[in-house]
Design a protein around this ligand. Sequence first.
Ligand code: PGA
Length: 260
Amino acid sequence: MTSEQRRPFVGGNWKMNGDRAQGTELARAVASEVGQLTDAVDVAVFPAFPYLSGVGGALADSGVMLGSQDVYHQPDGAFTGEVSVAMLADCGARAVLAGHSERRHVIGEDDRTVNKKAAATVAGGMISVLCVGESLGQREAGETDRVNERQTRLGLGGISPEDLQRVVIAYEPVWAIGTGKTATPEDAQDAHAKIRAVVADLYGEGPASAIRIIYGGSMKPANAEALMAMPDIDGGLIGGASLEAADFGTIVRAGAAVAR
Ligand code: PGA
């Protein structure tokens, strides 16, 4: 399978930003910006928990998917403050992030926790966007490939080949997130190809060539097309630029352009 055959995935990670009115307004604006592009590109937005239903309502007549920034792996029970896969599905979510660098490095989630979240998400029939990526210190120490391999192997642990079809891997070098620094298309391509090789080692060539690996870290209208034109880069996970519907729409259009 070539990059032309993998359907691009472009996600907007809104993080802990905005309020209810702004979220609903942004969702409406994204839906109208993106329009029919969802025929060619999987597009998702990831608002904060309290706004899921409101944003879902605003997206109802569009092809834009609702996503959640987090989940807890248990189905139900005495887990105060946590939210299950089924609860998210009930609110209309169809995708969930796992292992975003802010969850790993600010909140302190380890690979085991990330794996449980990813596995529960795909077992529940939703898309898991499994985020991996090295920190600046790891990059400077020459550990980029080793970190990406470890996070990919552990993140996918126990996930069946069938459930793997609902995994999207996001390569997000930590030093590029929210910093304005972007990996060069060549560096990102190199990391994506190596992550794909890890998936091939785990599941074989077929699943590895089918899985979507998207880039995140200061992706914006000015660099999106060059990044997504690389053979192993199948879309993007967008933070800052996803808070502006016009910018996000331009990035989705870049995804659609490279899909053709
Ligand atoms: P950024 O965030 O686009 O603001 O760098 C990306 C992300 O955190 O997913």
